[in-house]
Design a protein around this ligand. Structure first.
Ligand SMILES: NC(=O)c1ccc[n+]([C@@H]2O[C@H](COP(=O)([O-])OP(=O)(O)OC[C@H]3O[C@@H](n4cnc5c(N)ncnc54)[C@H](O)[C@@H]3O)[C@@H](O)[C@H]2O)c1
Length: 325
């Protein structure tokens, strides 16, 4: 059964809707599902320009998710709430209290509002968590019911946020679902954004004649998820009855080394140069991949884009992005 028809033409609120994942999610909700979308974003790590003409098809509120008096009136008649607004991992250490407030406290406040006010049209609250909750990834691929071992403020507050969604579902019957993304990459993220991952940096450097920097031996692995796959998993987790009160890994289960990324980029841009630099103390996660059996069996979701294809599309998008700048 195709549950995505449950979201067609519905009213949807997306916090962090101008961010990397948010802008693709908003585009999909508007263009594919005809949703009436409200975007809430304080523009602390984004700009409305990323939406292009789409900005005219949505309702945008430049407010913080911490401004409850302005945020909660917007909940009154929405069907779905996608809570993506976050303080990024690399900023979470320097502003720990703000990180906790945005990533976790805003989630608790929203769930409390839903519990107390029971907005009549509300159907589901979706929280976007992170595979960073697994920490050092001892047993690969990491499963949702396996050990979590947070190594950063960000991971701690993302885990807290997702735990609130589980508690509010179990104790108060609030409809929630959470997804744990693994290293999302692709279109809609400016690789000059200081928070973009290694793949984003490689794309930027390869297209601007700068070297690809490989730290250590380059055999560190990650599980890279193409943005469109992350978006489809998130929408499915919002509409599927079996996702209620659940948490799902979103990834590919494939470990890819930094050296392999370099090879894939060089296949498309042979002139790309590589420099090797020594490992740093902070590079503490050697290997990462997530098990996607649960999302596959519960929601019948599987990634569609392989890394080679995802990188090709990202390079094309970023070439165009640079031309327009
Ligand atoms: N991109 C990834 O690889 C990845 C991996 C794991 C989890 N996630 C999660 O997915 C979600 C989206 O991540 P992203 O990569 O798009 O991040 P992003 O930084 O690109 O987007 C986050 C957005 O939230 C906004 N924001 C920050 N603080 C806010 C506040 N107080 N009020 C309102 N808006 C605020 C920012 O301006 C930005 O537009 C986050 O919850 C993140 O934790 C992302």
């Amino acid at each position: 059964m195709d549950y995505t028809s449950n979201i067609k033409e519905k009213k949807v609120l997306v916090t962090g809707g101008l961010g990397f994942v948010g802008n693709s999610l908003v585009a999909e909700l508007v263009n594919k599902y005809g949703c009436k979308v409200i975007v809430v974003d304080d523009c602390s790590n984004s700009s409305p320009a990323i939406l292009g003409d789409l900005i005219n098809k949505i309702e945008f509120h430049k407010i913080s998710v911490l401004e409850s008096d302005k945020l909660f009136p917007l909940f009154a008649d929405v069907n779905f709430i996608f809570h993506l607004a976050c303080v990024q991992i690399s900023a979470s250490g320097s502003m720990p209290v703000h990180d906790m407030r945005v990533n976790a406290e805003s989630t608790l406040n929203a769930l409390e509002y839903l519990r107390k006010n029971k907005p009549p049209r509300f159907e589901r609250f979706i929280y976007t968590s992170s595979c960073s909750v697994y920490g050092s990834f001892k047993n690969l691929p990491a499963t949702e019911d396996g050990i979590t071992k947070v190594l950063s403020n960000y991971a701690a507050t993302k885990l807290l946020g997702e735990n609130y969604t589980i508690i509010y579902h179990k104790q108060y019957g609030i409809s929630t679902s959470s997804v744990r993304y693994s290293n999302v990459y692709g279109i809609g993220q400016s690789p000059t954004n200081p928070y973009c991952g290694v793949l984003g940096k490689f794309v930027h450097n390869a297209l601007t004649g700068q070297p690809l920097t490989v730290i250590g031996d380059g055999e560190q692995t990650r599980d890279y998820t193409y943005i469109q796959d992350a978006v489809s998993a998130t929408i499915l987790a919002a509409v599927h009855p079996k996702a209620l009160g659940e948490v799902f890994n979103v990834g590919t289960s494939i470990e890819t080394s930094v050296n392999k990324l370099v090879d894939l980029i060089k296949e498309k841009i042979p002139a790309a140069q590589v420099v090797n630099v020594p490992e740093r103390d902070i590079d503490n996660i050697r290997r990462r991949s997530v098990d996607i059996e649960k999302i596959n069996s519960y929601l019948n979701w599987a990634p569609v884009y392989n890394l080679k294809r995802g990188i090709e599309i990202t390079l094309d998008w970023y070439r165009d992005f640079l031309k327009k700048k």
